[in-house]
Design a binder for this molecule. Structure first.
Ligand SMILES: Nc1nc2ncc(COP(=O)(O)OP(=O)(O)O)nc2c(=O)[nH]1
Length: 287
């Protein structure tokens, strides 16, 4: 496994990467696939974020636009109205780093101004102005692979070699980000589970996740409650996919993921603690 930066400085709030860290999902959306609007209001989203902090999250990820397959784009003003108050309140209400899950440069700027310490961009800074906006903020950036746009990404995703092609895309986006002035120590790579991938593609990406540690930046994995977990377990309802999600994120951690993006923070924190306890035991001598 390649060495990556031991921590991420998220606008003064440090996310240490000495072990796999848990990113708690705060979707301020009426239509997210997994929590179908449970936290659509500022009050509900803030309460949820504080609860995830209590459960042991290392960072909170605030998003105002669902990226589920088929989702349409949320207008800029609406996304700002959803996201900024929640970022402000969570920055004030916890000592945790807060990331903003957005593709829009204007939301990146406003969220960092409101105290966000990381940009989580499922579009990997490909929108016009996003590279410049992210470079100007001086905070870490998650670059995620998506095939096309949420509206059409699941229509008929095809790859010759999904691991190799996603790896190449992420290497290119890391290069583009560095060219724009974002230091490599501020970059995180994410293969984008479910973003233009069949379940077979997601399986190959999870099994082959260690490949992405060769990019020389921390790897983030987000499989929480997603469709593939449902297909592997037979659990139709997202809320019933907790055990499957925890198992998938343990496997991702074993394969080098330094951040896992989850809905179910407490369960994931506990599972990682058990795994880390066992991983700390020296391998038995082979006499
Ligand atoms: N870096 C990163 N960001 C992400 N943002 C949203 C989702 C989609 O999941 P969710 O937020 O639960 O649903 P929705 O987009 O419907 O709000 N997945 C990822 C991911 O895998 N990686």
């Amino acid at each position: 496994m390649f060495d990556v930066s031991p921590s991420l400085d998220c606008a003064g709030r440090v996310l240490k990467l000495d072990r796999t860290r848990v990113m708690g999902i705060v979707n301020v959306t009426p239509d997210s696939f997994s929590d179908s609007g449970a936290h659509a209001t500022t009050e509900a989203a803030v309460a949820h974020g504080l609860r995830l902090a209590e459960e042991g999250a290392d960072i909170l990820d605030v998003g105002g636009e669902s990226t589920r397959p088929g989702a349409g784009e949320v207008p800029l003003e609406e996304e700002l109205r959803r996201v900024i108050p929640v970022v402000e309140r969570l920055v004030r209400g916890t000592a945790l780093p807060v990331s903003v899950d957005t593709c829009k440069p204007e939301v990146m700027r406003a969220a960092v101004a409101a105290g966000a310490g990381m940009i989580n961009d499922v579009c990997a800074l490909r929108r016009d102005g996003a590279l410049e906006a992210a470079a100007a903020q001086g905070v870490p950036v998650v670059l995620m692979h998506m095939l096309g746009e949420p509206r059409s990404m699941q229509d008929d995703p095809r790859y010759d070699d999904v691991v190799a092609e996603v790896h190449r895309f992420l290497a290119e986006r890391i290069f583009a980000a560095e060219l724009a002035g974002i230091p490599k120590k501020h970059l995180v790579a994410d293969p984008g589970f479910g973003f233009g991938k069949t379940t077979a593609h997601n399986l190959a990406l999870l099994a082959g996740l260690e490949r992405f540690t060769e990019l020389g930046v921390p790897v983030l994995a987000g499989l929480s409650r997603k469709r593939s977990i449902g297909e592997w377990t037979g659990r139709q309802a997202p809320a019933e996919r907790v055990a499957g999600s925890v198992a998938a994120h343990l496997l991702a951690a074993q394969r080098g993921a330094r951040i896992v993006r989850v809905h179910d923070v407490a369960a994931t924190v506990d599972a990682l603690k058990v795994w880390e306890a066992v991983a700390a035991v020296p391998a038995p001598r082979r006499d």
